[in-house]
Design a protein around this ligand. Structure first.
Ligand SMILES: [Zn+2]
Length: 380
């Protein structure tokens, strides 16, 4: 077993099968309202003035929830994209102070990004999935944390980053000029595209990247998903997708992170990323999952440190097998070429073998990841 598991005996305790699933606290009507509002024409695709309006929307929500402003009595952290570039960005941050004297100086960061691609050639890019879905997560997770039954022990900051689409400028600026020393951030969570399905094929997966650095989070995630029948947690190594969202700058500093995403679909970065295309049952369940996980992490006696990825995990192999099966079953619809279809079928066989055996070697994993990347590049 991985070293990180050893200091956390509680995470290993089996979950009694009879344990009732906790109630769902996330209100799907509110989730819908956030996405429809932020993806509406008024926000101009959340670029320039529209991004500023979106930042103000998030700040107003934080204020209503009674979160403290994060940046010197302000909810806004304003920055220049680059010294030579007059484009400005605006991160939005709110704070919920922890109630435990010993743990309140440890921080959990929950985030999403409010910017998107704007209006191009007169066409609105609504960015409902990218990333109004994540902002709905951010605000509703903050609501549950702020109004929940139990005050968190650790402190939580909720951040909406700007200029993510331009190259993670908001999160990069934040780690370069943080309001607290970064070594106090024990966990970073972000979500980007959590209201769809990979490749546009209906499936229950929400992928969670980053578990490879904190393996003891896996059982906690599975536990947090209890009773959320419309979703399935798919823990995947970050190397499969690379740095695709605001976890990048935190990952580079060795801060444990989790990245939630349902993956790209054909509407990604097109004018068709509209609020009516979002799967609200799935989105609501994912927000509930994140919210439960954050609640658990905020009151845990200790949080695991960052570790280098260890032995490949069989639960990851199962997820890879399921994705390949999904792609293989839809290869005509996805216009997968015969050469790639052959690769896909062979890899699917290999993964079936590994899953039956109950283990996967680093070399087998490496090949599965390369095939997955190759096919994804073609279909997305
Ligand atoms: Zn994007």
């Amino acid at each position: 077993m991985h070293a990180a598991d050893s200091d956390e005996p509680a995470a290993k305790a089996p979950i009694p099968k009879s344990a009732a699933a906790p109630p769902v606290l996330v209100d799907t009507k509110r989730v819908r309202a956030h996405v429809f509002e932020l993806a509406s024409a008024k926000y101009e695709g959340r670029k320039g003035k529209g991004a500023e309006l979106a930042a103000r929307y998030v700040a107003a929500e934080f204020q209503k929830l009674g979160l403290e402003p994060l940046f010197n009595k302000s909810y806004f952290q304003v920055f220049e994209k680059e010294p030579t570039d007059p484009m400005r960005g605006r991160n939005v941050g709110g704070v919920l102070r922890g109630g435990d004297r010993a743990l309140r100086d440890e921080w959990i960061v929950v985030s999403a990004h409010h910017d998107h691609l704007g209006v191009r050639d007169g066409r609105l890019y609504p960015g409902a999935d990218d990333d109004a879905s994540g902002i709905a997560m951010l605000v509703e997770t903050a609501r549950i944390a702020a109004t929940g039954r139990e005050k968190p022990k650790r402190s939580i900051m909720f951040i909406s980053f700007d200029l993510e689409e331009r190259g993670l400028y908001g999160s990069r600026f934040f780690v370069g000029d943080p309001p607290i020393p970064l070594d106090r951030v024990k966990l970073f969570i972000t979500a980007d595209l959590i209201g769809g399905s990979l490749a546009g094929i209906e499936n229950p997966y929400v992928f969670v990247m980053g578990v490879e650095h904190v393996p003891s989070f896996a059982p906690r995630l599975y536990d947090a998903a209890r009773g959320l029948d419309v979703i399935k947690v798919g823990a995947l190594g970050t190397d499969i997708v690379g740095v695709r969202s605001d976890y990048g700058p935190f990952r580079a500093r060795g801060i444990p992170y989790l990245f939630f995403s349902t993956g790209e679909n054909p509407r990604y970065h097109t004018p068709d990323d509209k609020p009516e295309t979002i799967d609200y049952a799935k989105l609501t369940a994912i927000i509930e999952l994140v919210s439960r996980f954050v609640e658990g992490a905020a009151r845990a006696d200790s949080l695991p440190p960052w570790t280098a990825p260890g032995t490949p995990r069989i639960d990851e192999a199962i997820v890879l097998r399921d994705i390949m099966k999904l792609l293989n079953d839809h290869k005509d619809m996805l216009k997968i070429k015969p050469f790639q279809a052959g690769l896909l079928a062979r890899e699917l066989d290999e993964l079936e073998g590994a899953v039956k055996r109950g283990s996967i070697t680093p070399a087998e994993r490496g090949r599965a990841v390369r095939v997955a990347q190759l096919i994804m590049i073609t279909v997305l």
